[in-house]
Design a protein around this ligand. Structure first.
Ligand code: FAD
Length: 316
């Protein structure tokens, strides 16, 4: 029996590191918590999760769960909640949880609160208005489905005692079959993942085309061992694919170093970077709003400054 069930996200069979931060929220909520994984070939990955203080690591393994289709996953998660007698379902905020958990919450007949940043007494703190305001929200009833913003919680520390592994038998469940998985498009890159990188270099509208974006944003990212990101303006103009978008409708990041090249600092973009430790901005307009949030700012033309910066960093 566990008070909280935490859905762990997998990517190509590996644990998404950010999804572990939901464990820290569960620890702050108090009570026992169990971890739940869905997919195929889970043996190794399940064993890798036994050191986080969970009352159990539950594996739901079945060919029908090879791909995360919301209808099947939701049905299995609700079954796991019932078996574990858990009232709270937790996951980290991500595209995966945005897809799976609303359906789960409806089936579980529980209210859902996304992007939790912290707990204040009986209420949860979460961003509203693109992160420019914070709301305190109190949920009614004893059931709840929450997603934790991974950048607001630290990674859980490992404990010596091992959690038991349990299997959730899904063969007896009649899983919905209304959604068909067609294909997955994956972009292979040698650069780190945008959501997990320690350094992120992002580019905006004045990068103009894919080639210039790659040469300047990609070039600077590569000398720093960083990931690349973009504004919605850069994505909309077709310079980069939309999984590079940072912000309110893109990825929320909190790297140690964020460098924005030719980015005005619209509120929707800043919502995605404001937890970064150091923010550096290069913009030719000294009044650009991004300078109000930047730790260091450089006023000038990025087409002149960035090649010089890349050259100097190469010599270091
Ligand atoms: P611009 O605002 O055009 O700014 C370009 C900047 O580059 C300017 O400050 C300019 O001074 C500078 N510049 C120009 N030339 C040079 C040069 N040669 N050298 C140096 N600097 C130069 N945006 C996001 O990024 N992420 C989101 O998730 C997002 N979600 C949105 C959701 C909604 C509902 C809405 C309405 C908007 C959203 N937007 C989002 C869009 C956002 O409002 C801005 O339009 C966008 O962020 C602007 O992108 P930008 O900074 O690249 O372009």
């Amino acid at each position: 029996m566990a008070a909280t069930l935490i859905l762990i996200e997998l990517d190509s069979g590996k644990v998404k590191r950010a999804s572990l931060n939901a464990i820290t929220l569960a620890q702050q909520l108090g009570g026992d918590y169990a971890l739940l994984l869905l997919g195929t070939d889970l043996e190794e990955v399940t064993a890798s999760l036994t050191g986080y203080g969970a009352s159990a690591v539950i594996a739901a393994e079945d060919a029908a769960l090879a791909e995360p289709t919301a209808d099947r996953y939701a049905a299995v998660i609700v079954e796991a909640l019932k078996k574990a007698s858990a009232n709270t379902l937790l996951a980290s905020s991500s595209t995966f949880s945005k897809d799976i958990l609303p359906r789960t919450a409806a089936l579980f007949d529980a209210p859902m609160l996304t992007d939790v940043l912290g707990i204040e007494g009986p209420a949860f703190r979460r961003p509203i208005n693109a992160g420019s305001d914070l709301a305190l929200v109190q949920l009614e009833g004893d059931r709840r489905v929450l997603t934790a913003r991974a950048t607001a919680f630290s990674a859980p520390s490992a404990v010596a005692e091992k959690s038991p592994i349990e299997k959730l038998d899904v063969t007896a469940l009649s899983l919905p079959n209304d959604t068909e998985f067609i294909s997955r498009e994956e972009r292979k890159s040698d650069r780190p993942d945008l959501g997990e990188a320690r350094v992120v270099v992002a580019g905006g509208r004045p990068l103009k085309d894919t080639e210039t974006f790659e040469r300047l944003v990609g070039g600077l990212a590569d000398v720093l061992g960083g990931a690349i990101g973009a504004t919605r303006a850069a994505v909309d103009s077709g310079m980069v694919p939309n999984d590079y978008q940072i912000g309110q409708t893109g990825k929320i990041i909190a790297p140690e170093l964020y460098i924005g090249l030719g980015i005005s600092g619209a509120i929707q973009h800043l919502a995605g970077i404001k937890d970064s430790r150091v923010i550096v901005a290069i913009n030719k307009d000294a009044d650009a709003p991004i300078f109000q949030m930047a730790t260091y700012g450089l006023v000038g033309d990025l087409h002149e400054l960035v090649p010089q910066l890349i050259e100097s960093l190469r010599e270091v």
